[in-house]
Design a protein around this ligand. Structure first.
Ligand code: ADP
Length: 712
């Protein structure tokens, strides 16, 4: 049975092995046991019911909470060549009946249905005319009132599963369930304990961090700039915050979309589509965005405000890196967000017991932002998962090597200024006084006569505000509620002012690129984009980022080699294989065969040992005497990438032994050809030179000439 399942996995999805948990869940379903699977986002839940669906006789009904999610799933199945459809409120009755008619005649293997449909007894009886073999419940936590997304209509699933004459096997799946919620789901769906599979909440490819005491906008600007070509979501707590940040990003020249419940459906759909199709790389949104988003190549999720609890946070953050590629999740912590979340809890109209529950969960979220232990471990413990105790090796706390700087003197200046202003003003005015601003209001209030006036004039006002933010985040001061928050000192500030306690701040967080890709990857991405627009599907449904990355590293040039790339399955190859093969062949012809075939290995992994920039790491190895081939093997990168690293290091002023790059006897002729033909294109130069002159030598001479020009 398992062999057949594996075969189908390869034929339809292009994968050779099941992931952790998938195999056990699939076997349990094939043994006709009702099953509950708890797997992290991106863990591969869909395959757990799609493979059994392909193996079963009749049709599989999938209950899915959002219309957009259904469409996405059905599109993905069509891409894989699997007949599927959906039934929801976007269709009229006639169309629904047509689809049921087709279903009765065995046209589909899977039908996606919105839970609200099941509330209608007539629709349920329509369903009972089908040969339903499996009933899959996606986002199964929605059935529990303790879950963070309780959907009353999910309760109708119980009636439905009892009413179906075929007695289908039930499989419930979710990414987020505390022990309490797990027990609730099992109870409501009568699933035995031995059929509950928890594959672990760990996300091996995600880096978690909390950014404190920094100006949020500055951080976001630096971050999105550094990761310009990557897709990311920035969650903010309110519509207003979304609007402001979105406007700010547009003004700063970034391609960003926005999404919140206050926009019209057309506006929301439009920005969602643009994001899915890679036309916009940044999506600024409230938590209204995302449940229906299966986009697999989201490389980062930033939380501009504190999330309401860990479950919500982990689900939102988990939208990064569903394809298993390295991705990042940062929370931009600001103490004032706690007030906002408390206000939102008060607005919910929940009964007092549930409110207390919400406050407790909020406190655990706040603790996450202040803990010094591994952030992934904190989350695992929250969900009650046993773990080895070892840190993840990726998160803020596991990786933080930043220096702690003593800022006691500046902290004293700020805290004492707040005292002298009678704890009655906000941070901007405090910063202006410290800066020594000639602002009219300061004169009127006579703050220019304070001993702290102009005490920090060497700083910019913005930097002073950042330091104040830091002191608030660390609990030395706090901000009052209301529209014009006022700075007040906390107990902790007193010991600083008395000189009994020192204040340390870590250096500014360095933003860096999440992944560094080679040039072929970028070209393949362009190809994918144009195919996707031609076929009207989102690019990640053509091939995922991880598939393209592997293609760019293995450089397959024929059908057989192409099938070795993870994610290339039969139907997809028939549709797109030749397009991509052509691009790769062309690339190799232009860049020579020194683009090595390298097994996948993330550059960021090798970064764990050496913290210097990637190109410097390559350069160091080159200087130590290794040749391009050796470095390329060591670092699991293509030869071309390594050559480019070395050239870049030289351009940035590092000394090199030129003879290792340019064979002496050829230097003159290469130089002469460059003068004749120009240095814009390498291929014509390569063609005009003796065949033993390689691209590295040509690039070397170009670089040497450039340096000479610079020097004169
Ligand atoms: P979830 O619903 O759990 O968030 P998905 O079902 O969307 O996750 O799967 C996430 C990604 O992982 C998809 O791109 C999917 O194709 C991929 N995937 C699933 N199973 C495997 C597997 N066995 N090998 C490799 N990739 C897989």
């Amino acid at each position: 049975m398992l062999e057949q399942a594996k075969k189908l996995l390869h034929t339809y999805f292009g994968y050779t092995t099941f992931r952790k948990g998938q195999e056990e869940i699939i076997l349990n379903i094939l043994n006709k046991q009702d099953t509950l699977g708890i797997m992290p986002t991106g863990g591969g839940k869909s395959i757990c019911y799609q493979i059994p669906a392909l193996m079963a006789e009749g049709v599989t009904i999938v209950i899915s909470p959002l219309i957009s999610l259904m469409k996405d799933q059905v599109d993905a199945l069509h891409q894989a060549g699997i007949p599927a459809t959906f039934i929801n409120s976007s269709l009229d009755n006639g169309e629904i009946e047509n689809r049921i008619y087709d279903a009765r005649h065995g046209v589909y293997k899977l039908i996606y249905i919105a839970p609200e449909r099941l509330e209608s007894a007539s629709f349920r009886s329509l369903l009972s005319t089908l040969n339903v073999s499996i009933l899959a419940i996606d986002e199964a936590h929605c059935i529990s009132q303790w879950g963070h997304d309780f959907r009353p209509s999910y309760r109708s699933i119980q009636y439905m599963s009892k009413e179906l004459p075929t007695k289908p096997v039930v499989i419930a799946l979710t990414a987020t369930a505390t022990k309490e919620v797990t027990a609730d789901i099992s109870h409501l769906l009568s699933i035995q304990e031995s059929s509950v599979f928890v594959t672990g909440f760990k996300r091996e490819n995600l880096l978690f961090s909390v950014i404190k005491g920094e100006n949020k906008r500055d951080f976001v600007t630096r971050y999105v700039k550094e990761n310009k070509s990557q897709a990311g979501i920035i969650y903010a707590a309110t519509r207003r915050e979304v609007n402001d940040l979105h406007a700010f990003l547009l003004k700063s020249g970034f391609a960003a979309g926005k999404y919140h419940a206050g926009l019209s459906e057309t506006q929301r759909n439009q920005s969602q589509e643009q994001f899915l199709h890679d036309d916009l790389s940044i999506m600024v949104a409230t938590n209204a965005f995302g449940m229906g988003i299966n986009k697999s190549n989201v490389r980062y999720v930033l939380h501009y405000n504190l999330p309401k609890n860990i479950e919500a946070y982990y689900q939102e953050a988990g939208r990064a890196g569903r394809d298993g590629e390295p991705s990042e999740c940062h929370i931009l912590y600001g103490a004032q967000d706690i007030q906002l979340q408390k206000f939102l809890i008060e607005q919910t109209g929940l009964d007092p017991v549930k409110k207390v529950n919400e406050y407790e969960k909020l406190q655990q979220m706040i603790d996450y932002c202040h803990t010094e232990k591994c952030l992934q471990v904190y989350i695992l413990e929250y969900f009650g998962e046993e773990h080895s105790g070892a840190g993840c090796g990726r998160c803020l706390h596991c990786k933080d090597t930043r220096e702690r700087v003593d800022i006691t003197t500046d902290a004293m200046k700020i805290l004492s200024c707040i005292t002298r202003m009678n704890q009655q003003f906000g941070k901007t005015l405090v910063a202006q006084v410290l800066k020594g601003s000639k602002n009219k209001r300061i004169k009127e209030l006579r703050f220019d006569g304070l001993s702290t006036y102009g005490l920090m004039k060497q700083y910019s006002e913005k930097d002073i505000v950042s330091l104040i933010d830091f002191l608030v985040a660390e609990g030395y001061a706090s901000l009052s509620n209301g529209q014009y928050p006022v700075l007040m000192l906390n107990e902790k500030a007193m010991s600083v002012l008395k000189g009994q306690q020192k204040v340390y701040k870590k250096e500014q967080m360095k933003t860096k690129q999440i992944v560094v890709d080679n040039a072929l990857f970028e070209i393949l991405r362009e190809t994918r984009k144009s195919i996707a627009s031609r076929d009207g599907v989102p690019p990640y449904l053509v091939f995922s980022d991880s598939t393209l990355r592997e293609m760019s590293q293995l450089c397959p040039t024929d059908e057989k080699a192409m099938f070795n790339v993870k994610g290339v399955a039969q139907v997809k190859f028939e549709r797109y294989g030749q397009d991509f093969l052509e691009v790769i062949r062309k690339y190799l012809a232009e860049h020579g065969e020194n683009v090595k075939t390298i097994v996948v290995h993330q550059e960021s992994k090798s970064n764990e040992v050496d913290e210097s920039p990637s190109f410097i790491q390559s350069f160091k190895l080159f200087s130590s005497g290794k040749d391009i081939n050796e470095i390329s093997k060591d670092r699991a990168m293509s030869g071309v990438t390594i050559q480019n690293h070395i050239i870049r290091a030289i351009t940035e002023g590092h000394e090199v032994d030129w003879e290792r790059i340019i064979p002496e006897q050829y230097e003159d002729i290469i130089s002469q050809k460059i003068d004749e033909l120009g240095a814009e294109k390498l291929k014509p130069l390569k063609d005009a030179l003796p065949s033993e002159v390689d691209y590295f030598a040509i690039k070397g001479v170009i670089c040497k000439k450039m340096l000479k020009i610079k020097a004169t």
